[in-house]
Design a protein. Structure first.
Length: 162
């Protein structure tokens, strides 16, 4: 499905912005979790693309599990990226009133360096890592979901799927 591939391509561009602007450390400060840049890269830059590629191959071969993964990706990363617009108004769990990056013990006792604060009330600007490109995967993601819902309501598509 072209919408799936466009969602994945846009998601990769979005993750570049997230990585370059410190999404993992920002999330660590926001939610008091230990999410390092290393774990961000492993999950989203290495494991994710393998999953996306296998899903595309599975869609080509009409493997039912691939359809499920496609829906998961269209809904999850495709639609849920709107949360990047909510994060700047969420008060961080770790030293919320300190505007500068901090060092803190977060999550299950992990010491982390350079945890930035993106809380609008402290910084005075409305941004969170990934916010500029968050809309990119949402457009084809929502389009793909819409196409799937329309196809599911069409009797011909149900007969073709059987």
């Amino acid at each position: 499905m072209p919408a799936f591939l466009l969602t994945v391509a846009a998601l990769e561009v979005h993750m570049i912005e997230e990585y370059l602007t410190g999404f993992g450390p920002a999330m660590s400060r926001l939610f008091n979790i230990s999410w390092t840049e290393h774990s961000f890269l492993v999950i989203f830059s290495f494991i994710g693309p393998v999953l996306y590629t296998l899903t595309a191959l599975g869609l080509f071969k009409r493997v039912p599990l691939a359809g499920f993964l496609m829906c998961f990706i269209l809904i999850g990363p495709g639609v849920a990226e709107f949360t990047n617009f909510i994060f700047p108004i969420h008060k961080p769990d770790v030293q919320p009133t300190v505007a500068a990056s901090v060092q803190a013990v977060v999550g299950r006792g992990h010491l982390m360096q350079n945890l930035p604060n993106f809380w609008f009330r402290v910084t005075g600007y409305y941004y969170f890592p990934g916010m500029y490109t968050a809309i990119l995967p949402m457009i084809p993601g929502i389009y793909g979901i819409r196409k799937l819902l329309i196809a599911a309501r069409t009797p011909r598509s149900l007969a073709a799927a059987a």
